[in-house]
Design a protein around this ligand. Structure first.
Ligand code: ATP
Length: 293
């Protein structure tokens, strides 16, 4: 392939999104390896070159067309306001979920955004915060910090914080509680609108298909069981399955059949117990490695 048709894909160099980004790319069949300290790696079996950069820099690199596509926290795109500058989200990736929240000390009373009037708020997300405050007509002052935001109230630097929350553990450990969610986020594949040649666009579309296949495979399970012939209808109705199950005869003239189905919902223990109570035996729930529809 003509080297100019290769695509540059940015991923976070290290941090919360790195491992999941690499796992998704590998599960999508991309063959690459970052040697120690190396920030670039060609993909050997796909027209993509990977580059490791700071998550925070990916929106600007996309906007300036230094990279073609990027796996980035959606909150960063919102904060850098690049979606108005032609950067678009191509696909949500099912990892890196978090919320941008305003949090106050546990003991503070809070009844709504009006309580934030005149408050000092520590944050690394001044633009997203300003947008929320503007929409709610609140006057406040932002204390811009680049990390360890949660310590600001205890240190007397701010009265509240606006930061990313996933489990809420860090907030609780610092005596804070979330009172407003101002944005939700997950890792996304983003691209500059209209920045790709036709051949490159086809490669990106193919990559998104593979990402969707990986996502679907993670969310689906394959269930196999034996059932008395007369109970198949009842049992099939209990299986959380997208499509009609496959029913197969067992050898030796058995009064049982094998039922196989792809389930698009989790198969919980209580579902398995209900299946058994209807006569199902040898119930197996298996992961699906790849899926293409
Ligand atoms: P970088 O230094 O690479 O610019 P960073 O210092 O923000 O980025 P991380 O803390 O690794 O790096 O966060 C990267 C992204 O992970 C965030 O922008 C967000 O999309 C996502 N994320 C998920 N959960 C959390 C969380 N609890 N706190 C912070 N980020 C989270």
């Amino acid at each position: 392939m003509n080297p100019s048709k290769r695509i540059t894909l940015a991923i976070q160099s290290k941090g919360r999104l790195f491992d999941d980004s690499v796992s998704l790319l590998k599960a999508s069949g991309l063959d690459f390896r970052f040697a120690d300290g190396q920030l670039r790696s060609p993909v050997r079996n796909y027209p993509i070159d990977l580059i490791r950069v700071r998550n925070d820099d990916i929106p600007t690199l996309l906007e300036k067309q230094v990279v073609d596509i990027g796996i980035v926290g959606e909150n960063t795109l919102i904060e850098k306001q690049v979606c108005n500058e032609g950067v678009e989200v191509l696909s949500k990736l099912n990892f890196g979920a978090c919320e941008l929240c305003i949090a106050v000390p546990e003991a503070s009373a809070y009844s709504g955004p009006a309580d934030l009037d005149g408050v000092r708020i520590a944050t690394s997300y001044p633009n997203t915060l300003a947008d929320f405050m503007r929409r709610n007509s609140i006057d406040y002052s932002a204390v811009q910090l680049s990390g360890s935001i949660e310590v600001a109230p205890g240190a007397g630097l701010a009265d509240a914080v606006c930061d990313l929350v996933s489990t809420g553990g860090t907030l609780r450990a610092n005596g804070l509680r979330a009172v407003e969610t101002i944005a939700t986020s997950e890792a996304v594949l983003a691209c500059r609108r209209g920045g790709l040649e036709l051949e490159q666009q086809k490669s990106v579309d193919r990559l998104i298909d593979r990402f969707n296949g990986v996502k679907q495979a993670q969310e689906t399970k394959y269930i196999m069981l034996h059932a008395p012939t007369g109970a198949v209808e009842d049992i099939a109705a209990i299986i959380p399955s997208a499509e009609t199950p496959t029913v197969l005869e067992l050898s030796g003239g058995s009064s049982q059949v094998a039922v196989h189905a792809v389930c698009n919902e989790p198969v919980f223990w209580d579902t398995m117990e209900t299946l058994r109570s209807k006569g199902a035996t040898s119930i197996l729930v298996l992961p699906i490695e790849k899926m293409l529809e």
